[in-house]
Design a protein around this ligand. Structure first.
Ligand code: NAD
Ligand code: 6OD
Length: 486
């Protein structure tokens, strides 16, 4: 394949002196050559974004910006097959997942925020002071300015557009850096943006790596007004340091070490299927994936056996094969990290109920980054496998005896992104859910999303909330006007 992914700066596609390889995790083959942006190009992108703020973009009404976002979503829908192909080439995800989740959510993000902005009221107060002075106060919502959007590789289009769409609808301009592992769908998005006629400089795309490279140059850039980031917690820490002197706003969606709790009154079959989906979707590479499972002792043996059976049913293979349910991890490097945790678990006496190995295909996939879906038991709660985010197709299952104990164990984590509770008792669900230290608690389901709801984590899992009005709360700032009435 001879694709070339270029930067897009000030309405122009740009070459580079330095290129890096985008490799397929299915077989290690070259997917594309990617133009690594230079520091000068990052400067140009930020400069173009600054100029666009006060240019035509700044004078458009929210309704006009919304019309352009809808036009963009229409164009993305027309080019859907290309987005599917680009995302699959970069990630190796199964075709049904990319077709039904990743790409439709990319277009839905633009439509959702385009529609939301039309119905958001502004605030106003008529007041009288204790000394009788009357005044009218109202708020004017203003964009933050130039927003740096830094995105990860696990849901490349979905997660980048989850930030780009609200940033643009609020009148900001953006400089986007996708993950170096998954540049393809953002390169296509830049083409669509160009085709539908966004003013130059409103959307800029720069490819490259993070530390000492494009990511760091962007977050340290004095012309960037805010950073919205999804990725690892330790990268979030590095970005916080980079923006500290400028006291810039950040929105961080970071890592997770999410627990599932299966109570004695759970529907066992439903819980097994749900936990399997939560552990193995996207090869375990969703920040919301369940990696720790606590099961009431009365169900424990049956649950573990059932989950192992479900895991064995996850056919691992090529994205385009119709029976494939799970693809590879994102890269060989990430696979080594996941295998490192599995080796450690083995050395420390864990039981591997199923999986734990690299499948042997006897063809080019042996050059890929596959790992079998894995269920482990027998490790203590303080083992690194139970404390650190692994981001692979595995979960550890442990028994518990009572509700208070399991709430404490679920909460004993440095992370707090999401949790799932499996119970048929409404009372228990309402009692337990608020006591879980996480930004999102599902009951008898997993990854059921409504774009209006606040999304984000506590502890190492993030800062702030995005989603619906919460996104608008981050991407624009109210300024108060006070008019004396007498
Ligand atoms: P990562 O932190 O390694 O990289 C994310 C992005 O940051 C990439 O574009 C990378 O190039 C860039 N980057 C890296 N170092 C940087 C630096 N010093 N300065 C600026 N940019 C830098 O994360 P990843 O491996 O791409 O993604 C997986 C991680 O993302 C997991 O931890 C996962 O939990 C997390 N994640 C969280 C959410 C959420 O919503 N909470 C969603 C998806 C992924
Ligand atoms: O669905 C979403 O809006 C969202 N932010 C999902 C995050 C998934 C993490 O990998």
């Amino acid at each position: 394949m001879n694709r070339r992914y270029l930067a897009y700066i000030d309405g122009q596609f740009r070459e580079s002196d330095q290129w890096f390889d985008d490799l397929s995790p299915v077989n290690g083959e070259l997917v594309a050559r990617v133009a690594r942006a230079s520091q000068d190009q990052v400067d140009e992108a930020v400069g173009a974004a600054r100029r666009a703020l006060s240019g035509p973009w700044g004078s458009l009404s929210p309704a006009q910006r919304a019309a352009l976002l809808h036009k963009l979503a229409d164009r993305m829908a027309e080019r859907e097959a290309e987005f599917v192909a680009a995302e699959i080439a970069d990630t190796g995800k199964s075709m049904p997942q990319v077709r039904t989740i990743d790409i439709p959510r990319g277009t839905a993000n633009f439509r959702f925020f385009a529609d939301l902005i039309k119905n958001v009221p502004s605030e106003a107060w008529h007041t009288t002071t204790p000394t009788g002075q009357k005044a009218l106060h109202y708020t004017v919502d203003k964009p933050l300015g130039v927003v740096a959007v830094i995105a990860p590789w696990n849901l490349p289009l979905l997660l980048a557009t989850w930030k780009i769409a609200p940033a643009l609808i609020c009148g900001n301009t953006v400089v986007v850096k996708p993950s170096e592992e998954t540049p393809g769908s953002m390169a296509l998005l830049a083409e669509c943006i160009d085709e539908v006629g966004f003013p130059p400089g409103v959307f800029n795309l720069v490819h490259g790596f993070g530390p000492d490279c494009v990511g760091q140059w962007l977050t340290e850039h004095p012309g960037v007004d805010a950073v919205t980031f999804t990725g690892e917690s330790k990268t979030g820490g590095a970005i916080m340091k980079a923006v500290a002197d400028g006291v810039k706003p950040v929105s961080f969606e970071l890592g997770g070490k999410n627990a599932a709790v299966v109570f004695e009154d759970a529907d066992l079959d439903k819980a097994i299927a749900g936990v399997a989906r939560a552990a193995f979707t996207n090869c375990g590479q969703v920040c919301l994936c369940t990696e720790r499972v606590y099961v009431h002792r009365s169900l424990y043996e049956r649950f573990v056996a059932g989950l192992a059976e479900a895991a064995k049913g996850y056919v691992v293979g090529r994205p385009e094969d119709t029976d494939t349910v799970m693809g590879p991890l994102i890269s060989r490097q990430h696979r080594d990290k996941v295998l490192g945790y599995l080796e450690r678990a083995r050395a420390d006496g864990a039981t591997f109920v199923t999986g734990g190995e690299v499948p042997q295909f006897g063809d080019d996939r042996d050059q890929g980054a596959f790992v079998l879906p894995t269920v482990i038991t027998g490790l203590a709660d303080d083992h690194p496998v139970n404390r650190e985010e692994i981001f692979g197709p595995l979960c550890h299952v442990a028994p518990f005896d009572d509700e208070a104990e399991v709430i404490a164990r679920a909460n004993d984590s440095d992370y707090g992104l999401a949790a799932a509770i499996w119970t048929e008792s409404l009372t228990r669900a309402h009692r337990v859910a608020p006591r879980i230290e996480a930004g999102l608690v599902w009951v008898n389901t997993w990854y059921l999303r409504d774009l209006n709801t606040p999304f984000g984590g506590v502890k190492l899992s993030g800062i702030g909330r995005e989603g619906g009005l919460h996104s608008l709360g981050f991407y624009r700032e109210p300024s108060t006007v006070c008019i004396a009435l007498d």
